[in-house]
Ligand binder design. Sequence first.
Ligand SMILES: *Cc1c(COP(=O)(O)O)cnc(C)c1O
Length: 419
Amino acid sequence: MHKTIDFDYFNTQLVHNVGSRTGAIAPAIIPSAAFGYQNAEEAEGIFSATVQKPLYARVGNPTNAKLEGIVADFEGGLGAIATSSGMGAIAMVCTAFLSAGDELLCIGGFFGGTYSLVNETLARFGVSNTFCTVDDFAHIEATLQRGVKMVIFESVGNPSLTLPDIQRIIDLCNQYDTVVMIDNTPTPLLVRPLTMGADIVIHSSTKNMSGHSSALGGIAVFRAVKEEGDKLHTDKYADLHKIVNKMGKKAFIAICKKRAMRDYGMTANAFGAFLTMVGLETLSLRVERVNQSVATVASLLEASFPKGCTVNHPSLTSSPDHARYISDFAQGCGPLLTIDCGSKARAFSFLNALKLVIQTANIGDNRSLALHMTSTIYADFDTQAREFLGVHEGLIRVSIGLEDPKTIAEDFLQASQSL
Ligand SMILES: *Cc1c(COP(=O)(O)O)cnc(C)c1O
């Protein structure tokens, strides 16, 4: 059972964390690529992290730092790193922790970009992987026992909408001293994995966090490393001990900056970080609204869709994930629902009959969006991979926005008349 989210608490926290009480209310955009040092001693101190001042914009800037503090605060983390995109955040964490010969455990179906990062790119660099379905705990535990280096999973399957037992997976990872990263993109505020014992949370801030589709961005948030008995002190993470010993509780941040961001440069830019903060002011308000609307739209569609057209959302009693929705996601599991029209041709007629809903590859926008899956994001995937990811020929992914939920449902219902 997850804690009940007090959206009003987050409304107050977010507007005051984003805006300043004195001087300029809006966050400052500091686009400088480089930062002058007062003297040689200060330069030395900045490079050895004993002086907390900007070094060079590839490893962070003051605007990003403001965004990082806000997100770390609402996720319950020690600190964060803002990146150029959500994939940038995932790639940063994976390449910082994994080396050739390591194994990665992936639980559940994945967003297409993460799936190809793991199966194609990381595989090319010698990182092997094992995939388990979210409830296959025998397989999950056997894989952890074998000594995998890292575990990744999504708070809510996109687009499968499977809901994992987040607490149980985190507890198992902790039992086997394995670093666990959760992609929390669809469920900011609703799920707070760091408060449940996770090590790392990432978001594509392009999506729900911004809401306005004006800024590509990502962020990774980290817990504090314990002084004694931390999983990072075990032999499995011997290659990180030098950084862990030097940086103490901030080691997760230093590991990602020194072992990935410095060398790959997946850094957020100041203007993007500013735009993300503009979105964050209203995050709690939007999350509460959208999650109520998704359930409303899902039930209106289920009641009136013609035969051969089905809607899936865990709030519906017809969903295989309904029990977990009630126990763990009672305030919502994000903006997505799916519609299955049975075939690609029917899905295309349905989509082309939509008047309000926009066809695009994004999710978590303030506007409602829809996309056919197998002809777009999953076009390159073979049948077996599509099956594992729960992507069928007639499947349309829908992301619900801020419009009137009855108006959204009416658009889908009038489109279903064209079938
Ligand atoms: C969009 C998305 C990503 C990737 O984020 P980008 O900002 O597009 O790079 C990762 N995970 C999930 C769940 C997403 O929806």
